[in-house]
Design a protein around this ligand. Structure first.
Ligand code: GUN
Length: 294
């Protein structure tokens, strides 16, 4: 069994991005600028946003954090988005999800100029990704593909089972894995909470991407010998004897599943660090106008 070290790969990619930013700076070009909007004080969201801002510093980007209280109106948020759409200095921006119930996430996502949508959540980017056109690919699926690539994992003709059908991970990773490309060219089955005989399906999988947000759901008896396991789960499970009071727990019963696998991503230190790194990469592409020209 080989552990897929997402932290090491993410550090490597961040160094690659930093080197490119240094070149841009040396040539007198514009430093990429990412803005992040956060609403309310959800602990998970605050941690993720802090990591995003820190990563910007590490790679040499400019970053702006915009905070709103949880009772901000949808109109105020949409006005802020409009201002960022028009701000020529901002190359890309994101609105950290989830949002409070009184705000429509879909409306917010669609208000973002797709050319600055470095999260890749706008329907134009989702649609372009699904038909293989240049686009901002959402960060977690892009990070998964990068891990498969850097570990040279064979995907062509393999049976890939995705568990979870979220717009952020399950759906986009499904479309990437079936794309005519490497990584890709896989036969993909997507399973979800209503799937019958899930175990029968996962037992046929050469690659399993577990992204349903259910801690330790995937057990050893659901996995074929030699399978590749990508664990996207990041549930905060209470753990009173830790400093933070919780333990980040994946969707895979790692201890028992790992001995059966050819490759597996740990939690933490697997897909997580790659997600932020993909956001940095998208911001660099936005800064360079490499996806959309104007
Ligand atoms: N919440 C959980 N993951 C993400 C992400 O990738 N982007 C945003 N904006 N919010 C999230």
């Amino acid at each position: 069994m080989k552990l897929i070290d997402g932290k090491a790969i993410a550090d490597q990619i961040k160094q690659e991005i930093a080197a490119e930013v240094a070149d841009i700076k040396a040539a007198g070009g514009k430093i990429p600028h990412l803005a992040v909007i956060i609403v309310g004080h959800d602990g998970g969201s605050e941690t993720y946003v802090a990591h995003k801002v820190k990563s910007c510093e590490q790679v040499g980007f400019k970053s702006t954090k915009i905070c709103f209280e949880a009772d901000v109106t949808e109109d105020t948020l949409l006005e802020q988005i409009d201002a960022l759409n028009k701000d020529a200095d901002v190359d890309g921006f994101i609105v950290q999800l989830p949002l409070p119930k009184h705000i429509s996430e879909q409306k917010v996502i669609e208000a973002i100029d797709y050319r600055k949508d470095v999260d890749g959540f706008h329907p134009i980017n989702v649609g372009r990704t699904s038909i293989g056109l240049p686009s901002f690919v959402s960060a977690t699926p892009a990070g998964i593909m990068e891990l498969l690539k850097r570990y040279e994992i064979e995907t062509s003709g393999k049976h890939c089972v995705v568990i979870g059908r979220s717009n952020i991970v399950g759906k986009p990773v499904t479309s990437l894995m079936m794309q005519k490309a490497y990584p890709g060219d896989a036969t993909v089955t997507i399973c979800h909470s209503r799937t019958k005989n899930l175990k029968e399906i996962t037992l046929q999988a050469d690659i399993i991407i577990a992204a349903m947000g259910s801690p330790k759901f995937l057990k050893a008896d659901m996995v074929k010998e030699g399978a590749v396991i990508v664990d996207v789960g990041t549930t905060r499970v209470p753990a009173p004897d830790t400093k933070t009071g919780f333990k980040l727990t994946g969707d895979v019963d790692f201890e028992n599943v790992a001995p059966k696998c050819s490759y597996i991503t740990p939690v933490p230190g697997g897909v997580g660090p790659m997600t932020i790194c993909s956001l940095m990469k998208n911001t660099l592409l936005a800064g360079k106008k490499a996806v959309y020209k104007d």
